[in-house]
Design a protein around this ligand. Sequence first.
Ligand SMILES: Nc1ncnc2c1ncn2[C@@H]1O[C@H](COP(=O)(O)OP(=O)(O)O)[C@@H](O)[C@H]1O
Ligand SMILES: [Mg+2]
Length: 353
Amino acid sequence: MKIRYKEPADKRINAKRSFWKEYLIVLGVVLISCVGSVLIYDRQMQDHANPWQIVVTNSSYVLFVGLIVSLVIRLISHTGFIRPMSEIGKAARKVASGDFTVRVHSQRKDDKKDELEVLIDDFNKMVEELATIETLKSDFIANVSHEIKTPLAIIQSYASALRKDELSLEEKQNYIETILEASQKLSTLVTNVLRLNKLESQEIIQLESYTLDEQLRCCILALEEKFNEKNIELDVDLDEVIISSDESLLEIVWNNLLTNAIKFTDYGGSIKVELKVEDSNIVVSISDNGCGMSEETSRHIFDRFFQGDTSHSVEGNGLGLSLVKRVVDLIHGEIQVKSELGKGTSFLVKLSK
Ligand SMILES: Nc1ncnc2c1ncn2[C@@H]1O[C@H](COP(=O)(O)OP(=O)(O)O)[C@@H](O)[C@H]1O
Ligand SMILES: [Mg+2]
């Protein structure tokens, strides 16, 4: 059995070509040419024209009428179809050569929309979207290049400084430490860019059942040294929860949220990690009493390479929360942030059971 799918009519179209209008134009042309031929025939009868004259005159008349009809059809199709199509074609060629500023103007004098006007609207919208993608791509490349340049410059200058003989052992040690830090930063940047790139094109996740509280505990434990370095008080309250999700993807989320909480909390501060089951949701919250952020900053935290607090920008590269957001979207979860400048921040991740 064949199932036919009928596209629903486009609601934007409010001007249709009227059948009766076209019929009346054709009828008018036919009537005028018939009247013309009757008048010519009548004249020929009155003048007693010979048969050759009748044939030549009538043939010329038919040719003339044919020419007029063709010109009218040509004019109608030119204004209604050929001109807008060639405009769209010209614009498409410009887009293909990389010019995304081009737009096709409306071809109708009234404000109505027919199929062609809708096509023009859609074409313009497509070019707008392409322009945004292009800007995002070039911004991304510019950001990556900038982020690579800084640690590379550090590595270069400290490595050449190391060649000097008069350096003390302590100075040499410091320089080597700086080089190692810069190369670690470079390596994290490359890992994050590759990860983000992979996640952008990933649509399928590996579902497996595992204990979420155990995973959170392991992530906290792996960061124990950092917690101790800043003497951070840790409050952990985890319900026992078995989840069916992608373990390695969720690890990215917890690691990034925990390292941010540590990074943006002052020495002696406190961090709370909670895992609760609410109705049909699993809710993980990671809260700190650190520097917090302004409303403006919290609007941009998921943008790639965005770093709100410049005093901490030496560490990280503003890709952490972009990765977190991508993972949460991929597993159809939800992430919320509540923050107050100077008071602290709380990230809430909701996952469906
Ligand atoms: N716990 C937090 N407290 C305050 N600000 C935060 C916190 N987590 C994230 N932010 C803000 O969000 C920005 C982006 O975070 P992220 O993408 O992890 O980048 P990075 O950690 O490299 O700066 C940070 O620069 C910071 O301004
Ligand atoms: Mg971070």
